[in-house]
Structure formats: C-alpha cells, structure tokens
Write a protein that binds this ligand. Sequence first.
Ligand code: CO
Length: 553
Amino acid sequence: MSKRRVAYYYDPDVGAYTYGLGHPMKPHRVRVTHDLVSSYGMLSQMHVLRPKRASPESMTAFHTDEYINFLARVTPETAEELTHGGLLFLVGELPDNPAFEGVFEFCSISAGGSIAAAQRINSGAADIAINWAGGLHHAKKGEASGFCYINDIVLCILELLRVHPRVLYIDIDIHHGDGVEEAFYTTDRVMCASFHKFGEFFPGTGTQDDRGRGRGKGYSLNVPLDDGITDAAYKSVFEPVVTKILETFRPSAVVLQCGADSLSGDKLGGFNLSLAGHAACVQFMRRTGLPLILLGGGGYTVKNVARAWTFETACALGVEDEIDVNLPWSEYFHWFGPRYRLEVMQSNMEDLNLRDGMLDRVRERALEQLQQLRSGGAPSVGMHDVPRQSLGDHLGFTAEEDTHDELDESLAQHARYVYTLPDPDLSSNASDSTDSSDDDDSAPRRRKRMSILTNRYVDIDLPKSAHEKRSFFKSKARWNERLESVTAGAVGVGVTVAELGGVMERGGQGVRNGGRSAGRGAGREVVEEGDREREVDDSNVDVDGDVDDWDME
Ligand code: CO
C-alpha cells in the first residue's frame, strides 16, 4: 500500500467538555479514540498537530454575526434569556442542543481542526488530514441543530475552495448532511453526496428530488436508505455512485465525513454496518489518491466510535492490515470488554433496503442523475483548473478587485445567501427565516424542527415582530435540581460587553473549568494557558456523563 503523509489534528482539551448528564453526544469519545490511536503506536507515523482554535471572525465566513455573538457569550444560566425562550439560535427541543459549559470553546476546537486540516491540504504538506473532533454537519448558518453548533465542514470546504476548483463532500453519517448541503446548494464547485437513513428520521431532509438549485442543480446528491443496511448492500451503492461522481465531477480534493452512527449497534442509528464496512468507504476514498480530509461526526455508542476512528486512522496510514485486532493496553482498555477487539460486528437485523428492490431503484436513480450531469452540457464551472483570483466570479459575485479580502468576502457572502430547504411537510405560512420581521400576517409564524433525539417534529412559534422577541423582562428562572440552584434568565446575569470583547479577542482561547461546578457563576472563569495541560490530564473527565455507555457490551 502506498504511503501517504498524514496530518492528525487533536486538542487534548476536547474530551473535557460535556453536553450534560445523560446526553448521547460525548466529546470524550475523541479522547478515547486518541488514546487507542496512541496505544497502537500510530502517533509516530503521522504529523500530530494541535490546531489553533477557530476565532469568532473565522466562523462568520459561514455563520451570522448574531449567532456567533450569541454562542460566544451564552452560558447554561443565560440560555433561556438569550434564546428568548428557545426561539432563536438554540431552537426547539432544548435537550438536543444544550448551552453547555464551554460550548463556544468546544466549537472553536472542532472548527479549528477542520480549518487547519484544509490549510494543510492546500499547502501540499499533507496528503490526508484527520480531525475526529470535526464533522458536525447539521449546524446551520444561524442556529444549532442535531448536536452541532458550528459547521466546521462548511468552514473547511470554504478554505479548500481557495485553492481547489472542485471539492467533493461525502457524508456517511446515518443522518443527512443537511447543513453542508444547504451551504453549497447553489454552487457547482462543491458536490455534496450524502448516504443516510430517510423516513421519520432526523433531520427529515435528503430525498432524491433534492439535487441543488440554480448553478448548483445536480451538484447535491442524496442516497436515502432504510434500516438494517449491511456492508455488502452499502458497498453496492456507495462504490458505483462515488465512482460515477469522480468520473463526472472530477474533484481535486475530497472531504469525507465519517459519522460513526451508521455502525451497527449505534444508540441513535439503525444501520447494520460492521467496522470493516464503514472503513471500506475510507479505504475506497484513499485509493483515489486525491487529497483527502477525514472528519468525525455522529456516533453514540462511544466504544464503537473509538474503534471505528482508530481503525480508520490506520486506514489513512495504510497500516490497517498490520495492526493487531486484539486491542493493546490503554487507559480505557477495560471498557472494551468482553472481547477487547478492534471490531464492530454486524447483527442479524433485517435489511429493509432489500425489500421490493428499493436499494436497486435508489442506486439506479442516483447514477441516472449523475449521468444527466455529464450529458447535460459542460458544467458551468468548467473542467479546467480555476485560477484563484476568479473564485468570486465563479460563485456569482464579481469582485471589484481580486484581493484576498474580496475573495473572503465573496465566499462568505455566498455561503450566507443559502437557500431554504424545501420541506413538503411545511405549511405555506412556515418560514425558515429567523430574522425577517416584515411578515404582516397577524398569526404567529411557525417553524418546524425535528429533534435528533426523538425524530419527531416540533413546532416553534415565532413572534410576529422583532420587538416581541425581546422579552427582557420575562424571567424564566427556575430551580435546577442538579445544580441545586436557581438558573436561567434572571436579568443582569450573564456576560458584560467588556467580557464579551475579551472572549472575542481570545478567539476561544482559554477554557473554563471543563464543565465542573467551579465555572457556574454569572461570570466566566478562564483558566490560563499554563494550567490547561494539567487540567486536562488531571480532570475527572465527564465521569458522570459517560458511565452509562461503558457498562454495556
Ligand atoms: Co448522525
């Protein structure tokens, strides 16, 4: 197997954050993965890099200023007030996207790694770059969704577009990659291909009729699947479809979101992929020889997530045939019993995709759509290398001057003017917009959001004017049993403007006490740089949140 230069991004702080007691999303899984990767002796075979944290400014290449401002200052105590009772930014079922301690720092680590990975690929210093803390594909430009707050993938791809004329995004998370698709729905410079479960399942989008819009028509490809898909069935659709994409789209770089909730036995998933079947996608993309970025994503049976991303790190290095399937000793070794092996087995569940030839129809339709792309005339982007200075033009924004700043501006502009996903279930008075206040309908507007936890739609009543959103005097303070104190929304609690300035300046540097009780006052406790290493090494990381994952096999 040919050798590849692999860059591996990891921030030891990432495992210290917790979404809250019992929440299925556990940043700790990235640390467990790292521990396994380390135990296998892989760290010495690649460039291990601690990424710079993403600054609020860099996040606004995709996200709105208002949302980033909010995220940089929200605390568990102020969430109710700052979201106006769950109407803005963190909407709908609050348990999906809690305002946990250090949420912004967590996001700046995740996004920082994906941006750095893109820069490394752009510079030519790596063939493959890995950021298991990234892959948070549901985040929208102005709100969190499906456990994702900042869309590190969009930021990563925007960075790649500086150098690469066409970027292929492939998403093998069990959920539709809706946030990324939405961001690039109207451009032919990014092909988004998502393989996901569809049907009464979060986020409820991603049919084969969703193909892109305008110049982007045909550059979003969706492969909706059903419960129980096996390795063989998945491969029978993934490989021909991706082969056809490579042939018609001819990307110069690939981003692969390796969401591990498509593995058999995932807490929130329903597919039946073994570790080998999941990793086969990574191996397939590596064989293309294209510059490749591997990102994490979903994955809620933590020990299997760690197994998968460890093995896929080995795949990136090309050493997967050499490593021992019996796990080496590691800090978390005892959690991998009773077999202590680097494997995730398929179960005997029924593959619903094989009923009535559904999988065959889905594959044929996807291939047809790609064929149309090929025969429907030359793609407007052209199959030639696009000079860097014309990127803005290609995105439909003619820059006055081809300066770096102009390019940044046009990329950001494009990413912000994203379309609203058509949703057949939405009634005509629904709107996806959070900031248009020119609706003169006297009835409150309603938005629908699906919860990733329950896979059910929830209605969110939107006040009809912007003024009504500002319910400063409506206190939502209430007794929090866990914290044994009153939390949420008392006027005056929160971050002052001066403090916010500091946070923005630090660009997410500095961590409050990793989700423990010390930082739970009205202010923000920032641990200085020198303390951070020690804090990570010593902290009893997320003990309360993780126990439930580890005692089952
Ligand atoms: Co997912």
